[in-house]
Design a binder for this molecule. Structure first.
Ligand SMILES: [Fe+2]
Ligand SMILES: [Fe+2]
Length: 246
């Protein structure tokens, strides 16, 4: 069930207790690897920026009655903005520069904005799977204390973002016929597969330079997607059960 108040509280609380990575501690990473990481991280940095005015506009139309949800959504957007700040620091640490345009970002925005709020949430959550796989692998494979601290923060937040969206989508799915649910699941998985492929082609160099590989990346991302689909279904079932007993 969508418990918007819970999420609003969560986001408010989560603004505190955020250990700032020790940006100035030295890195023992090879400069060539730092350069590759900086480039790849700058693409994620761009992905984490981008206001959210579109999202809020759409949400206000679709969820006008749920003020707590709208407010939680604002906090969610702000948290992604905080991720952009952290990633910018990382990019600079590794001697790179942030970017303002990239074709993957343009594609991401285009897809996000085309089909309305529900679709936009879908695209965002798929980006969370990809980001989670990426941050997790970088964290495991790279020996850099600041990268480790930053990824730990990002991963902690992203896990909750996925759950936040899983609850909202669970509510939506609880109103669909089984046939519509399976159509939704099909298109979701197709979109995920395409996004994972784009992400891999964009970040393979960085992932491979840090000692990871393609199967590992897809395993992580797919696991996130599979877990999420189960969670959405469980949330939908809970919502249906609560309507039956009400
Ligand atoms: Fe993020
Ligand atoms: Fe996120």
């Amino acid at each position: 069930m969508m418990n918007s108040k819970h999420w609003l509280n969560y986001y408010q609380e989560n603004k505190h207790n955020r250990p700032e990575p020790k940006w100035n501690s030295p890195s023992s990473l090879d400069p060539a690897i730092q350069q590759i990481l900086a480039r790849s991280l700058s693409h994620f940095q761009l992905g984490e920026t981008g206001g959210g005015t579109f999202l809020i506009d759409h949400a206000c139309k679709k969820e006008a009655s749920d003020e707590a949800y709208l407010e939680a959504l604002q906090f969610f957007i702000a948290e992604e903005g905080e991720h952009a700040r952290l990633l910018e620091r990382l990019v600079l640490r590794f001697g790179g520069a942030t970017i303002r345009h990239h074709w993957t970002h343009a594609l991401f925005r285009l897809v996000r904005h085309t089909l309305g709020f529900q679709f936009e949430i879908q695209v965002l959550v798929i980006a969370e799977f990809v980001g989670t796989a990426y941050y997790r692998l970088l964290r495991v494979r790279t020996r850099d204390p600041v990268l480790d601290e930053t990824c730990a923060l990002l991963l902690r937040d992203e896990a909750q973002h996925v759950e936040f969206h899983a609850q909202w989508l669970g509510k939506i799915l609880s109103r669909l016929l089984p046939l519509e649910v399976s159509a939704w699941r099909t298109q979701f998985q197709a979109l995920f597969s395409a996004a994972a492929m784009v992400a891999w082609s964009d970040h393979r160099e960085a992932l491979m330079a840090s000692g990871s590989n393609r199967p590992e990346f897809f395993r992580e991302a797919r696991q996130e997607c599979i877990r999420f689909l189960h969670q959405v279904q469980a949330n939908a079932n809970q919502q249906i059960a609560s309507l039956v007993t009400a």
